[in-house]
Design a protein around this ligand. Structure first.
Ligand code: 5GP
Ligand code: MN
Length: 344
């Protein structure tokens, strides 16, 4: 049995909105990850069993290793089809905002979502949600938005309407946002939910392979290169840094998603509890920053204070506008400022 995480009043409102809706739009954050797509597609497959017209809109591309997800090929990319997406948003009876907590996280989609008249529902697990939806189902204590979607569907009394395809998507989101159930994954109810998803016929081992074991040769060689040449360890701060320029990415035929998970690698070293990865973006003129920590060290505070970002306690991100050298310098300033917390 699952405990009642989501407030009953919110379940009732969402059920009512869905019931009265005909056209539903789901939007999720920029550079969608496994949980963004898993929650969106999990909800889409459910709503389609309720005879709704559903469209998912994402701000930009998502990684190749998520392309297999059932329904992924029909997702509308705003950077390619803005006009069509704007029409869908304007005409939607309900707009579901999944896996993000602030309009800025959906980039250019934000203006049309803000202006839309449809009822807006937020379903998310990031801290400090902005107040831009009629209903906010915000649970930072839950490790994935996909898990919240499962809970929502069940609480509305529709477990039977979760299809195998929907279950595959929900499982993918739960798996990716916990690193294959290796962090944020001690809540025993997660395993009850997995058991329920297995009853829908999903092949969890195959999903793992499809997501984690489909890398290109370039990605593996790039991994070897960064570990050998581009990782600096700061033992006195229990921290490590990896950085990668645009030229280096070019050398290894970088495609989007190739550096996914690199930021976690330094944490495999004994004693390292804080890791930062700096990557010169190939599209926008900025340096994308990924931060990870283990234990109580709040990498989201470093993200907010030093890199215009935010996120979760142990996994956060941000952006830096300047040169790589300046970004590295900024990282070093953060180490000095947080020395006490890092070493306690
Ligand atoms: P990743 O390093 O995987 O890109 O991001 C990890 C987490 O950091 C995301 O789930 C998200 O919560 C947060 N995050 C990533 N990039 C940004 C950003 O630019 N701004 C904010 N506020 N959060 C971010
Ligand atoms: Mn998530």
């Amino acid at each position: 049995m699952l405990s009642k995480v989501i407030l009953q009043a919110n379940i009732d409102k969402v059920a009512k909105y869905f019931d009265r809706a005909d056209k539903i739009v789901i939007v999720t954050h920029v550079s969608p990850d496994g949980d963004a797509l898993g929650s969106s597609l999990g909800l889409l497959h459910f709503l389609e069993t309720q005879e709704k017209t559903v469209n998912i809109i994402v701000p930009n591309a998502f990684p190749d290793f998520l392309r297999w997800m059932p329904g992924a090929k029909d997702i509308v990319r705003y950077d390619k089809y803005a006009e069509f997406a704007d029409k869908l948003i304007a005409e939607a009876d309900v707009i579901c905002c999944l896996d993000f907590n602030a309009l800025s996280r959906i980039d250019k989609v934000a203006a049309s979502v803000a202006a839309a008249e449809g009822r807006k529902i937020l379903i998310d697990h990031h801290l400090y949600p902005e107040d831009f939806c009629r209903v906010s189902i915000s649970h930072p204590e839950i490790s994935s938005t996909s898990e919240l979607i499962f809970r929502l569907i069940c609480r509305m009394g529709h477990f039977e309407d979760i299809t195998q395809e929907g279950a595959e998507c929900i499982y993918t989101g739960m798996m990716t946002d916990t690193g294959g159930f290796t962090y944020n994954s001690n809540n025993r109810e997660i395993y009850f939910i997995i058991s329920e998803l297995l009853s829908k016929g999903i092949d969890k081992d195959e999903i793992y392979r499809k997501v984690f074991n489909t890398y290109s040769e370039g990605r593996l060689r790039l991994m070897g290169y960064v570990l050998y040449d581009k990782m600096e360890v700061f033992p006195q701060f229990r921290s490590a840094l990896i950085w990668l320029t645009k030229e280096e990415q070019g050398k290894f035929q970088y495609v989007k998603g190739d550096t996914e998970g690199f930021v976690n690698m330094p944490l495999q070293m004994k004693g390292v509890r804080f890791s930062v990865f700096l990557r010169e973006d190939t599209e926008k003129k900025m340096i994308k920053v990924s931060l990870r920590s283990v234990g109580t060290f709040p990498c989201n505070r470093v993200a907010a204070e030093f890199f215009n970002g935010g996120g979760h306690l142990n996994a956060s991100g941000g952006e830096f506008y300047g040169t790589m050298d300046e970004a590295i310098e900024r990282f070093k300033q953060a180490l000095i400022k947080y020395e006490t917390l890092l070493c306690e």
